[in-house]
Design a protein around this ligand. Sequence first.
Ligand code: AMP
Length: 501
Amino acid sequence: MPGNLVAIFYARHAGFGAKPAIVWNDAPVIDHAGLPATVGRYRAALAALGVRRGDRVMVKTENSPAFVYTYLAVLASGAIFVPMNAAYTAAEVALLIEDAEPALLVHAAATPVPDEAAAPVKRATLEPDGTGSLPDLALSLEPDLTIEPVAADDLAAILFTSGTTGRPKGAMLSHGNLSSNVAALHEAWRFSPDDSILHALPLFHAHGLFVALHLALYNACTLVMLPKFNAAEVIARLGRVSVFMGVPTYYARLLADASFDRAACASIRLFVSGSAPLLPSVFDAFAARTGHRILERYGMTEAVMITSNRYEQAGRIAGTVGFPLPGVSLNIVDAERRPLPPGEVGEIEIRGPNLCAGYWRRPEATAESFHADGFFRTGDTGFKDAEGRVSIVGRSKDLIISGGFNVYPAEVEIPLAEVEGVVDVAVFGVPHPDFGEAVVAAVTVDRADFDVAAQEAAAAASFARFKQPKAIHVLPELPRNAMGKIMKSELRKRYADSFTA
Ligand code: AMP
C-alpha cells in the first residue's frame, strides 16, 4: 500500500468527522475532523524547530493525546519517529542519541535524559498532561496541513529493540511495513468504525503504537486512552469499549481483581493478548470468569504482527499463536535451515511486507539476522501443527540443554502453571556439574500453605528426568520488563551458582 500512513488514516476518517478520536481523562479531547488541524500545528512546530524530511525525532514521554499528535506530525513531515522506553536511564538515552543522531529530542521534564553537554541535541518538552514547549509552540502556529508524499519503503519509525543483552538495535520500519500490517490486522480481527479501543499499553512500544493506536486510526474508532495499565481503571472503562489489547500480565491482574466479571465485559467483542506467552491456565481462567476466549497473536518489533489466532471463537486456542497473517511466510527450520515437519521444534524464520529493512546503522547485526533470500531469524523457537498453526516454545537463547536433551521452557511452564496455587511461572536453565544445565523454576503463588517440597516431588513424578525442575523457587514476583516479559537472564544470574558453588 503506497503513501504516507497519515494520509491513509485521514482518508479513512471521511464521514466520521464528528466522532471522538481520543477520550482522555474520561472526556473526548478531539474528534476525527479536528485531528488534521491539531497534527498540522505540531507539524508546523517541528518545522520551526528545524525538523526536515528524513530527520529522526526522538520522543521520551508518557502516554497522552499530545504523544499521538507528535507521532502523526513526525510522519506527516516525512521524518522518522524514534520512541524511547520511558524506563531508559540518561546513560542509555545518550547511547541512543549517539546512534540515531536525532534533529530533535522531545521529552518530559522529569524523565531521565542526558544533559546538553553529554548529548548536544535540540530539545523540546512534552509533559504527560499535554503541556510543554512543543505544544506551546504548536498552539501558537498556523497548521501545516500538507502531508509529505513518501514511498512505501521510506522510513516511518525506528524502534530500539528491548533486547536484554548488548546495545539495543534500531529496527527500521517503513510506511509500507506499517500500512500493510494494520490492513492485515483490520481484516483478521474484523475491525470497523463501530469499534472503540481501550488503550492502556505504552505508546513507545510496537504493541501500543502500531497495533492498538494504528487500528483505531485506521478504522476511525474512538480510542479511550489511559496513561498506563491499572486493573481498577481498566475495569471501570471496559463497559465503554468493544476491544481491549494487553500483555499477559494485564489479563492476570484483571483476574486477580474480584470485581472483574462477565458484567464488566458486557460490551467487549475482542480481547487480544501478545508480546509474551499467555499461559493456558490464564486463558482458561479468563474464559471461565468472563465467557471470553482471549485471541493470542505473535509479533516483534522488527516485524510488528506476524501470526494470529483465527477470529472465530473456536479458532482461539490456548498455547498457540495461530497462523501467519496474509502475505507473511513463516518457516520452522533446523540449524541448516531445512524445513521441519509438523510437531518438530525449530527456529522460526519469517518474511513478508511487515518485515523491517534491517537495523539502523548496524550492517553486521543486519547481516546476522537476515538471510540473503530475505528471511529473518526471529530468535524464537516453535513448531507448527499439521494444519500449520504455530506454537512458540521460547526464545532460542532460553533453550535449556539438560543431560544432552533440549528442554523448551514452555513444556515445563505450562503444566506447572496448572498446579493449584501457582499464579505465574518461569522455567530456565542454570549450570549443573552433571547435566550441563539443570531445569529450575521460579513461581509466584496465591496461597500461604503452598508446599514447595511436595510440588518438587510431584514434578519429579510427572516430567521425564531431564525435564524435572531440580528446584522450584517461590518469589513474591517474577522480574518483568515494561512489556510484561519475564527477564529470564535475571533469574539465570540470580540462581547461577545453585548447583556449582
Ligand atoms: P518485542 O520486540 O519487544 O515486541 O518482543 C518480541 C518477542 O516477544 C518475540 O520475539 C517473542 O519472543 C515474544 N512474543 C511476542 N508475542 C508472543 C506470544 N504471543 N507468545 C510468546 N512470545 C511472544
